[in-house]
Design a protein around this ligand. Structure first.
Ligand SMILES: [Zn+2]
Length: 146
C-alpha cells in the first residue's frame, strides 16, 4: 500500500490551483483525494456562467476516483489561496460521505491549516439506508401505493 505524506498530498492539492477554472469567484481550489489503496486523485473547481453548474474541486476529485474504480477514501486534502483553512462545502461533504464517513479532511490555506473527520463535518449525512421505507414494489404500482 502506498502511503504518501500529508505534505505531498498538500503539494498535489496546491498544484491543482493552477488548473482551477474560477473566472467568477476567483476563489481557486485544489483537491487531492487518497483512496484506501493509496492512489491519489486530484481535482480543481470548474465554474460555469450558469453558477449552479459549478463543480467543486473535491467533487471533481471524487468523480475522477470513482471513474477509475476507487470508492473508499482515507484522506481528502484541499488547498486554497485564502489565509484561512476552509472546510469543504456541504455538497462535497455529502458526496464524499456517500463512500463512507471514515475520511479525514485536511485543509491548507496560506496561513492556516486544519483537519477534521468527515463525520464531524456532516454528522447526519443522507445515506442509502434512509431510502428503504420509500421503496415501491410492483404491488404499490398496481394499487396506487399506501
Ligand atoms: Zn464543495
Amino acid at each position: 500500500m502506498k502511503q504518501r505524506s500529508l505534505d505531498r498530498l498538500a503539494e498535489l492539492a496546491r498544484g491543482m490551483l493552477a488548473h482551477a477554472y474560477a473566472p467568477y469567484s476567483r476563489f481557486r481550489v485544489g483537491a487531492a483525494l487518497e483512496s484506501d489503496s493509496g492512489e491519489v486523485f486530484t481535482g480543481c473547481n470548474v465554474e460555469n456562467a450558469s453558477y449552479g453548474l459549478t463543480i467543486c474541486a473535491e467533487r471533481a476529485a471524487v468523480a475522477r476516483a470513482v471513474a477509475e474504480g476507487h470508492r473508499r477514501f482515507r484522506r481528502l486534502v484541499i488547498a486554497t489561496e485564502s489565509d484561512a483553512a476552509v472546510a469543504p462545502c456541504g455538497a462535497c461533504c455529502q458526496v464524499v460521505a456517500e463512500f463512507g464517513g471514515a475520511t479525514e479532511v485536511f485543509s491548507f490555506g496560506n496561513r492556516e491549516q486544519a483537519s477534521w473527520q468527515l463525520k464531524d463535518l456532516i454528522p447526519h449525512a443522507f445515506n442509502r439506508s434512509q431510502m428503504t421505507a420509500g421503496e415501491m414494489t410492483a404491488g404499490d404500482c398496481r394499487d396506487g401505493g399506501p
